[in-house]
Design a protein around this ligand. Structure first.
Ligand code: NAD
Length: 554
């Protein structure tokens, strides 16, 4: 198959029910999840095979799509399909414990790992951008963003506020694609959110989708509403229309009792942050015509914004950068103390990574939401002591609309994931679930990613850019019995900046699947524990000792 060979876009939807279209559930699962990634309910631009994250694709081109579909349909249980950046390149004889699919996406040799070189090769049809879960066929829609944001705020609640955000106010800005998950994630943690957004249309859209409760008339009204809710211990999210570079300093000046401050404006791109003194209507024109002048003004404004965030920190609030580079831009704009507050990974996520925690997810191949409801109940029964997990599972059941095959995500750690997986496999065997489920995760996990600007920022031993870990992770999952395993480059933060791996394992109800699940779902998060033991984290050392993770040189 040549990469240029023709293939026409067509609507794709995964098969449902418990009748096989491939030779076994192991391959049926890969086929359904591959197709599910391109379901119009799931994919952003299915005709271009783009699933999410800018240009993250599920297959290189439509000819590759047809060939992968064909091969998975025919593949036997002692064969393995090889996928090179979205193109099927070979089928090899292996054995029943081997993965049915091995995937490598977007990888380039170090000195060549730049966007221009990647784009050159992409335009020649030689590679494909796989993001994290687009090219590895385990994307489940926006539930992942909401859950990740929920988990971050739950971690803050545990760290500072006794496990719940009840009676606290979180001040943030930006209600866009990612940022729009903040108000719901905060109210799910029982807190009060005050969200500053310059674009009223964005704020109102969030009310329509029930991610945001109210839009205030003005700042006085907003402050009244959030203070009343805080005193009553009532969860509430309120947006105020305004420019964060003005509103955040004004709230500091007024001495409003804010407990947590962060930001999710698009600060990483100065042309996407509206400087004060420029009207919403003039934004795109000004940015297009005078990008340098606009950038200077945006950085000046971000300096004021971050200066006020530092002021809140000095006043005792919990303040953090939510992965949008606002500290760096503010520093460029003259805010000397911009890096006085931490990024969210070192502050809240890393302690969870030390326990092997990460975004565990599963999807019901039946297509029946009742199967996910049954697994939700199983999770609640398995981990009754985990309060924030229970809150998430209950609220997700009520408020998350499924996209494509019904799926669930929640964060589980070392010693927990395999219990869930084994239970799901038993439920398939007993008929409690109407068809098998797949169990996978995001590549953004405790032991599966090297990404110095995000997941591995500021590692204790300075090992931020060491990329042996994701490679070991992929090999461990291959050796442990995962159903498909992937190694990607450039997901999340872009080409040249990350290397990461993923696995998906099928619970088809057989004893063999149970064996594989118990190894994969132990060893995969185990990589997170040993990665953090090796970097010198005491929390990880304690987890390894308590839960029996063997580390030769702790
Ligand atoms: P987006 O562009 O969809 O939304 C940004 C919002 O900020 C827009 O609604 C815009 O109107 C608003 N805004 C811009 N300037 C403003 C100002 N001065 N005052 C108030 N509001 C203003 O972006 P998004 O997808 O929501 O992402 C937000 C940021 O989070 C990005 O920088 C992104 O890179 C970052 N991000 C973080 C993570 C993470 O791991 N935490 C993951 C992905 C993205």
């Amino acid at each position: 198959l040549n990469s240029g060979e023709a293939g026409q876009p067509r609507p794709v939807r995964a098969a449902r029910g418990n009748t096989l279209t491939a030779r076994s559930w192991q391959t049926e699962a890969a086929l359904r999840m591959f197709h599910n990634n391109l379901d119009p309910e799931v994919a952003e631009r299915p005709d271009d095979l783009v699933v999410y994250g800018g240009t993250g694709k599920a297959a290189r081109n439509w000819a590759s799509f047809e060939a992968i579909t064909r091969e998975l349909t025919a593949l036997r249980d002692d064969e393995t399909l090889l996928v090179q950046s979205g193109k099927p390149v070979g089928v090899m004889r292996t054995h029943e414990w081997a993965p049915r699919v091995l995937i490598a996406n977007s990888n380039l040799v170090g000195d060549w790992a730049t966007w221009p070189e990647f784009r050159r090769l992409d335009s020649l049809g030689l590679t494909m951008y796989g993001q994290m879960t687009a090219g590895s066929w385990i994307y489940i829609g926006t539930q992942g963003i909401l859950q990740g944001t929920y988990e971050t705020f739950a971690a803050i609640a545990r760290k500072r506020f006794g496990g719940s955000l009840r009676g606290t106010i979180t001040l943030t800005a930006g209600l866009g694609g990612m940022g729009g998950a903040q108000p719901l994630a905060i109210t799910m943690n029982e807190g009060v959110a005050l969200c500053v957004e310059v674009d009223p249309a964005r704020a109102h859209r969030r009310v329509e989708t029930r991610y945001l409760d109210e839009v205030a008339d003005d700042l006085d009204d907003a402050v009244r509403r959030v203070e009343t809710a805080k005193r009553a211990g009532r969860a509430l999210s309120v947006a105020v229309i305004g420019n964060a570079a003005q509103v955040v300093p004004e709230l500091l000046r007024r001495g409003v009792e804010i407990d947590i401050v962060t930001d999710q404006t698009s600060a990483h791109d100065p042309l996407a942050y509206l400087p004060k003194g420029i009207g919403l209507d003039d934004w795109s024109d000004y940015a297009a015509k005078k990008p340098d002048e606009f950038t200077d003004r945006a950085r000046d404004s971000m300096a004021d914004h971050v200066e006020a965030m530092v002021g809140f920190m000095d006043a005792g609030a919990e303040v953090f950068d939510y992965g949008n580079s606002i500290r760096g831009e503010a520093k460029a704009g003259g805010c000397e103390r911009a890096f006085d507050f931490p990024g969210f990974v070192p502050a809240y996520i890393r302690p969870m990574f030390c326990e092997g925690m990460g975004p565990f997810r599963w999807a019901a191949l039946s297509g029946d939401p009742a199967d996910i409801a049954a697994t939700d109940r199983a999770i609640l029964e398995l981990f009754p002591e985990k309060e924030s997990l229970a809150r998430w599972i209950r609220m997700a059941g009520e408020r998350v609309a499924f996209q494509g095959l019904p799926a669930r995500i929640c964060w589980l750690g070392y010693g927990e994931r395999h219990l869930a997986g084994e239970r799901f496999n038993e439920m398939v065997a007993s008929g409690e679930l109407s068809a098998p489920v797949v169990i996978g995760r995001d590549h953004l996990d405790c032991g599966s990613v090297a990404s110095p600007y995000r997941e591995t920022e500021a590692m204790a031993d300075g090992s931020d850019a060491i990329a042996d870990w994701p490679l070991l992770n992929a090999m461990v999952n291959t050796a442990s019995g995962a159903s498909w395993v992937s190694v990607h480059h450039g997901g999340g933060v872009g080409i040249g900046r990350s290397i990461h791996a993923g696995q998906v394992t099928v619970a088809d109800g057989t004893p063999l699947a149970g064996e594989k699940i118990s190894r994969v779902l132990t060893n995969d998060p185990g990589m997170g524990v040993i990665r953090h033991v090796d970097a010198g984290y005491d929390e990880a050392r304690a987890v390894a000792a308590e839960r029996g993770v063997t580390v030769p040189m702790p």
